[in-house]
Design a protein around this ligand. Structure first.
Ligand SMILES: NC(=O)c1ccc[n+]([C@@H]2O[C@H](COP(=O)([O-])OP(=O)(O)OC[C@H]3O[C@@H](n4cnc5c(N)ncnc54)[C@H](OP(=O)(O)O)[C@@H]3O)[C@@H](O)[C@H]2O)c1
Length: 169
């Protein structure tokens, strides 16, 4: 499985249930990477999607422990183990962990790669992603040129996990 995330300079990812910034090219990148694939998210992130609707043309898996949370358009998993069982039927490279903080935290060590959009700004944030530059097992393998949207600089980075934990075991 792979993680995909947009972070600011402090590795912040969200505030008040929302993203820190919307950058069209980042949205496009996210869509290109995940289209036709399986996206795994927490209930909070699902409820923050536009119109609280599943992401189109993707298999949406949402984690929630709440028995009151029901939605026929998505697959709901009530625990980590239930999720691991559910994704056994897919190619692991097609499974994308798309947030938020609690889900990234639980799944990061099972991810082989992380696609990061680094926004060269700092925002007020109440949710964060692990600082991969300080994680011994993670290595940055690529970085794009710096890009600009409305005076916001950003770039696309890729990290690989050199000590992947296999969730099938
Ligand atoms: N920058 C980015 O790329 C990015 C991407 C995604 C999200 N975000 C941001 O991240 C924030 C949301 O993150 P968050 O940590 O608050 O929420 P979250 O991870 O999206 O969802 C948390 C919820 O997921 C469920 N959950 C988590 N682990 C579970 C498990 N092992 N078993 C069963 N259910 C589980 C629980 O739902 P129940 O309470 O229903 O049990 C939990 O309350 C928002 O600000 C959002 O905009 C940013």
């Amino acid at each position: 499985m792979k993680a995909i995330v947009a972070v600011d300079l402090n590795w912040g990812i969200g505030c008040g249930g929302k993203l820190l910034q919307m950058i069209p090219e980042d949205m496009k990148f996210f869509k290109e990477k995940t289209l036709g694939k399986i996206v795994v998210m927490g209930r909070e992130t699902f409820e923050s999607l536009p119109g609280k609707a599943p992401l189109k043309d993707r298999i949406n898996i949402v984690l929630s422990k709440s028995e009151f949370f029901k939605d026929d358009r998505i697959i709901i998993c009530r625990s980590l183990n239930e999720l691991f069982h559910e994704i056994e039927k897919y190619d692991t490279d097609d499974v994308f962990i798309i947030g938020g903080e609690s889900v990234y935290t639980q799944f990061l060590s099972y991810c082989s790669e992380a696609y990061l959009t680094k926004i060269e700004n700092t925002y007020l944030a109440d949710k964060k992603f692990a600082n991969l530059d300080k994680e011994k097992t993670w290595e940055r393998v690529s970085i794009s040129d710096s890009k600009n949207y409305n005076n916001i600089q950003y770039s696309f980075l890729k990290y690989v996990n050199n000590q992947l934990i296999n969730y099938n075991k």
